[in-house]
Design a binder for this molecule. Structure first.
Ligand code: PLP
Length: 404
């Protein structure tokens, strides 16, 4: 009594009669053959976005170490690295690290500041797959924890980046206020025999609040400048940085030059989204994804239609310059509010005016709409499968990695 059993070994439940997999259509198929909500990826745009970022890194003389958290699929990660699995990538969950290392990627940075509990699984993944794994460190406490870990696991070895804060103020050592602390951490990483110091890592997430392309470029330029100044300070103190890694999609999408950096690590650019358009990182035509939904009700008296895309199909992220959860492609309807599985569609509220009425008969119950997400990373993460389309024909299905 009270004993716990492994959920995989409990057999008192039967499989559902209609599994989600059984609802998958035969390919190729039309969008109208899909059960909604469905996450749609226009693969020609993804390929173009990937090729452009590779070309931009090349022409500006920096390496590209793409982040894979936006899509979490092997297929798109291969496009990001031009087919070269030895090209480094960045992951943000252990399950991503495990997924990509098990599928042939050989150089993975776990991009979240490291905590003790994650060390053993990361070591086991690198041991099993041969993948070189790098950590992100931004405090001396983590180095104490690493020392304790290496005391028990003498053969463990990781690369290690010092995370620096160049203005986002989420994580990292603030290099304007605390460069001495940064120096001490870099020195301790360099002295630790089970670590290889790889350089500094900055993520300009504050680029998401850029007002336009020029503002995003300014943020990118500042990030590069601060990173360079700090690495010069390290060099004066006999610590060499092989890598100065910077960027986010607003900064890398908007800028063509990264003076002082040796590497960029954007991720969202594979899909882009409404937020990136507002931050000046891309044009609407560069957005590669949408959520396909069906109209499921007309409510004339309150002036809204209901659709089958709610917060679990879209997420609840707002873009910075408006108040709704996504925009319908090809008209002025927006997803004004969401509950778990449904969303309310209304006309976009004009800046200083009354919300216009619209003719619901243009969108009969059951008709399909495409909603462009505000933040494609979170929207993609809601979906167990991605439907891959070319010219509105579904040609493939990709299965992303899920979990932590
Ligand atoms: C640590 C880190 N590096 C790189 C990225 C990639 O940034 P973006 O998706 O804006 O390109 C992220 C994204 O959140 C991140 O958290």
């Amino acid at each position: 009594e009270g004993s716990m059993s492994d959920p995989d070994e409990r057999n008192e439940f039967v499989e559902p009669y209609l599994t989600w997999n059984a609802m998958r259509p035969q390919l190729p198929c039309k969008l109208s053959d899909l059960v909604t909500p469905a996450f749609i990826v226009d693969i020609s745009i993804v390929k173009r976005n990937c090729e452009l970022m590779i070309a931009k890194a090349k022409s500006s003389g920096v390496r590209l170490r793409p982040h894979v958290k936006t899509h979490k699929t092997i297929e798109i990660a291969k496009m990001q690295v031009g087919g070269d699995l030895n090209n480094g990538i960045v992951c943000s969950t252990l399950s991503e690290v495990s997924f990509f290392a098990s599928n042939g990627f050989t150089d993975i940075t776990y991009g979240i500041p490291i905590t003790f509990m994650k060390l053993l699984p990361l070591y086991q993944i690198s041991n099993k797959t041969g993948c070189k794994i790098s950590l992100i460190v931004d405090s001396v406490v983590q180095l104490d924890e690493l020392k304790a870990f290496f005391g028990n696991q003498k053969n463990a070895h990781f690369g290690c980046f010092l995370k620096i804060d160049t203005g986002y103020h989420r994580a990292g050592v603030d290099v304007k206020l605390h460069k001495e602390i940064g120096l001490e951490i870099a020195r301790r990483i360099s002295q630790e025999t089970n670590l290889t110091f790889r350089g500094v890592y900055s993520h300009s997430g504050h680029g998401y609040h850029a007002l336009d392309t020029a503002d995003a470029q300014r943020i990118s330029f500042e990030e590069c400048k601060e990173a360079k100044l700090f690495t010069e300070f390290l060099r004066e103190n006999s610590i060499n940085c092989e890598t100065i890694s910077v960027g986010s999609t607003p900064s890398c999408g908007s800028s063509d030059q990264f003076p002082g950096a040796t590497e960029i690590h954007p991720g969202n650019y594979v899909f882009f989204d409404r937020q990136q358009v507002q931050a000046g990182a891309c044009k609407e035509a560069d957005i590669a994804v949408c959520v396909l939904t069906r109209v499921i009700g007309h409510y004339e008296s309150s002036g809204h239609m209901l659709c089958d895309a709610g917060s679990l199909a879209m997420s609840k992220d707002l873009a910075t310059q408006d108040d709704h959860l996504g925009a319908v492609e090809g008209c002025d309807l927006v997803l004004q509010s969401v509950s778990q599985e449904c969303g309310k569609l209304m006309m976009k509220q004009p800046e200083n005016g009354k919300r216009p009425a619209f003719n619901m008969d243009d969108h009969p119950r059951g008709s399909l709409l495409k909603i462009i997400p505000n933040h494609s990373c979170l929207t993609a993460a809601c979906h167990p499968l991605y439907y891959i389309v070319e010219n509105d024909t579904v040609i493939d299905v990709y299965k992303p990695c899920r979990g932590w």
